[in-house]
Design a protein. Structure first.
Lengths: 260, 267
């Protein structure tokens, strides 16, 4: 038996350049991670690469898109060399359009009640269970939760979904749209996602000499030690590249830890 | 500027200024039938015979391809059975909105219930992952029906049995606007339009609007006398012919369908 000091949870190796080093080997299996970021910070690309790397390792992956139609998402992601449309065509990466899912479940109304929320959880869990999904991305949980009017119901939805997915051994990235990644900002739109998630990855922009530099910072990750330093993120044709941010230019770093 | 219609001399001679209700005795009671261009609104009670009257109204079918029967409650088979029974023409155009609604909207709701209760099967998930667009199933039956009647040519004959389907699902002011358009079209092309509306539960203001749009207003009633039912119709509006306003008791015969009784009752 391993002693507590040497025990390590199994990891879901993200395969994203630099991220596994930050997480000391990857995301603990079955975790629900909130990837909260401002617009254009690379959330969708990060999520999709997470799935592609899993698919390349033979894992079944699923992507639920609520922010943009799946056709548009796939067209946008095709520009990256790491992405191969055959992965979608062959069913290694299953891309689900939330609007289609809503329609199939008869969720055509503007707001969801308790029954609707449970129907949605059941549908997602069914899909994960039936095709044995081990990597899941919901892009974005913010758009999805806009249809759920009460905070209590949002909390119930995220908590139940996270719990069930963890039981199935599915590592999930919930993408969250935030307007600011500053120190005082919330890392979620509804204020409940961050409390429920096992991990929080914040993505935003730093302005340096008139340029917006993307950054990524792992704020929280249960079940593993990790770096909490801010890393520069570059969206290259071959995928997301993370490199430690240079400290020497950051004169106001102590008062503006989240990039402002 | 109002659109001008021209009618051929042959058509004018063939169709004349009056059309038949499909019930000779009623034609006689109305002094020759129904003037071409009339919109008739019938306020009906359950079991009062209005469905049969509506079918009988299209039975003259002077031009079958220009004759349309729109049913919201009955299926094709029921309608065909009645037409066969009375030997009315079967080559008219028939649209069964109720059936279409069941096939599209209700079928989708049933499937959604199954997914919610039983969950997705592997095949469902594969189809879901390959479906990129929401299938548009919201069908605007009101616009479709309006367009279909507006597309009918001069001297058309059309029935909507009944308007309750639309009044229950659509904004009532939209339904009234549609009725106004249809009335104007019937008047312009000298068509005959018969529309049924249930009087039970009908909003007073809607009833008032419908009565004012119509050229002729009928009320179908049923009451019990002893152990018998008595069905009657009241003509409460007949544009430019107030002498036609009357109450007629009628019965249904296997040969003639709806037949007004000719014997005057003594109260």
């Amino acid at each position: 038996m391993q002693s507590p000091s040497t025990y390590q949870r199994d990891r879901c190796v993200t395969g994203i350049h630099g991220l596994d080093e930050i997480l000391r080997g990857g995301i603990p299996y079955g975790s629900t991670v909130l990837a909260a970021g401002t617009c254009g910070s690379g959330k969708t690309t990060l999520g999709m690469e997470f799935l592609v790397r899993g698919a390349l390792a033979g894992e079944a992956c699923a992507h639920f898109t609520a922010t943009e139609p799946s056709v548009k998402l796939l067209e946008n992601i095709r520009q990256y060399q790491f992405f191969d449309m055959n992965m979608v065509d062959s069913g290694l990466i299953n891309v689900f359009d939330m609007d289609v899912l809503y329609s199939w479940l008869g969720l055509d109304k503007a707001t969801f009640d308790l029954d609707d929320v449970h129907a949605l959880i059941k549908a997602i869990v069914d899909i994960v269970n039936t095709i044995g999904v081990t990597r899941l991305v919901i892009d974005s949980v913010t758009t999805l939760c806009y249809k759920i009017k009460s905070d209590q119901l949002i909390r119930d939805f995220l908590f139940t979904l996270g719990k069930k997915l963890a039981t199935l051994g599915c590592t999930t990235i919930l993408i969250s749209e935030i307007t600011s990644a500053t120190e005082n900002a919330h890392w979620s739109s509804f204020g409940v996602e961050e409390a429920i998630a096992d991990g929080i990855i914040v993505m935003g922009d730093n302005e340096r000499m008139g340029h917006l530099l993307r950054f990524l910072q792992v704020v929280k990750m249960r079940g593993t030690s990790h770096s909490r330093a801010k890393h520069a993120i570059e969206l290259t044709p071959i995928g997301v590249m993370l490199t430690p941010m240079l400290k020497w230019g950051a004169q106001i770093d102590s008062t503006s830890r989240w990039g402002q | 500027m109002a659109k001008k219609m021209s009618f051929t001399k042959e058509d004018e001679e063939f169709f004349g200024t009056m059309g038949s209700f499909g019930i000779p005795k009623f034609d006689a009671a109305m002094r020759g039938g129904v003037p071409r261009g009339f919109t008739i609104v019938a306020f009906t009670e359950t079991g009062s015979g209005s469905d049969l009257f509506a079918k009988q109204f299209v039975s003259p079918a002077e031009e079958p391809e220009n004759t349309l029967y729109i049913a919201t409650d009955e299926g094709q088979q029921d309608i065909v059975r009645i037409f066969q029974k009375y030997k009315w023409p079967l080559d008219i155009k028939v649209r069964t909105i109720g059936e279409e609604y069941n096939n599209t909207v209700l079928e989708k709701q049933l499937l959604a219930s199954r997914y919610r209760l039983e969950g997705f099967q592997l095949g469902d998930i594969q189809r879901l992952a390959q479906t990129r667009f929401v299938q548009e199933t919201t069908q605007d039956f009101l616009t479709e029906v309006t367009n279909e009647i507006m597309a009918l040519g001069p001297y058309f004959r059309a029935v909507i049995d009944n308007m309750d389907f639309f009044l229950q699902r659509e904004d009532q002011s939209r339904v009234i606007s549609m009725m106004r358009m249809l009335q104007a079209h019937a008047q312009m092309v000298r068509g005959l339009l018969f529309i049924c509306v249930s009087s039970e539960g009908l909003d007073k203001s809607v009833k008032q609007e419908l009565s004012s749009i119509s050229d002729m207003t009928l009320s179908f009633r049923v009451r019990t006398i002893g152990s018998d039912f008595e069905t009657s119709m009241i003509v409460s509006k007949f544009r430019n012919a107030p002498e036609n306003l009357k109450m007629l008791v009628f019965r249904v015969t296997p040969e003639e369908g709806i037949t007004p009784e000719t014997v005057e009752r003594i109260a």
